[in-house]
Design a protein around this ligand. Structure first.
Ligand SMILES: CC(C)(COP(=O)(O)OP(=O)(O)OC[C@H]1O[C@@H](n2cnc3c(N)ncnc32)[C@H](O)[C@@H]1OP(=O)(O)O)[C@@H](O)C(=O)NCCC(=O)NCCS
Length: 192
């Protein structure tokens, strides 16, 4: 079950002392659309969603995404601008104690200043306030070295996703080549 505690909080991290972690209301759908499309255009290889599909979504589609309690988005805001994004999904069925992190993105002009790490840390703290959640999982392309470095620094480990049933997990890029996709997980009991 999603936690009641997943609400916006101030974030007081180092260089980004003025950045705040916020959620957007459906009325702010244009801000969400803008950062999401920027992310998909900037690094299409990093995300499952495709720019060509998302650019055609309607206002109603974007509003729906921001209203979905099972799939929530958080953003770093600085100087009234959205500079980073992260998505979390509460998985269902046998995986119901798991949360999946996806759509991790920091605006290119704001990278290497600790924004991504701070946002990830903040979201993990929020997830940990829900005692039902015991595992945080994510998938990352092997080429996303900065992202992998952050995830490892925060305690994520590479694991073999059973759902793949031993098959290789690869993503096809625009140029037709393939890149490995790595499954990573963080067991929250280890941190508490
Ligand atoms: C991955 C991403 C979110 C990181 O955001 P960020 O705000 O730049 O991250 P941070 O500043 O917190 O950390 C970046 C790491 O890169 C390294 N780094 C710092 N300056 C660097 C530089 N000039 N060049 C290369 N690496 C550098 C550092 O090792 C740092 O880790 P550290 O804290 O151990 O020093 C961002 O690069 C991004 O949006 N990438 C494209 C999308 C993507 O790959 N998303 C993940 C999909 S799973």
């Amino acid at each position: 079950m999603p936690s009641e505690n997943l609400t916006p909080q101030n974030n007081n991290n180092q260089e980004i002392s003025k950045a705040e972690v916020i959620q957007l209301s459906p009325d702010q759908w244009e801000l969400f659309r803008d950062i999401k499309l920027k992310a998909l255009k900037d690094c299409p290889e990093a995300f499952k969603d495709k720019y060509e599909d998302e650019v055609n979504l309607s206002e109603e589609d974007w509003r729906k995404k921001l209203s979905d309690i099972k799939k929530q988005y958080f953003f770093s805001e600085k100087d009234k601008k959205i500079i980073a994004m992260i998505g979390i999904e509460f998985l269902e069925g046998v995986d119901k104690q798991k949360v999946e992190i996806h759509s991790v993105f920091v605006d290119r002009d704001r990278r290497y200043k600790g924004v991504g790490t701070a946002l990830m840390k903040d979201i993990l703290e929020k997830i940990k306030t829900n005692p039902e959640i015991t595992e945080v999982v994510l998938k990352v392309r092997a080429t996303q070295e900065d992202a992998i470095k952050i995830y490892k620094k925060l305690g994520f480990e590479v694991y073999e996703d059973e759902k793949m049933e031993g098959k290789e997990d690869k993503v096809k890029l625009k140029d037709g080549s393939f890149v490995d996709r790595i499954s990573m997980k963080l067991t929250l009991n280890n941190l508490n």
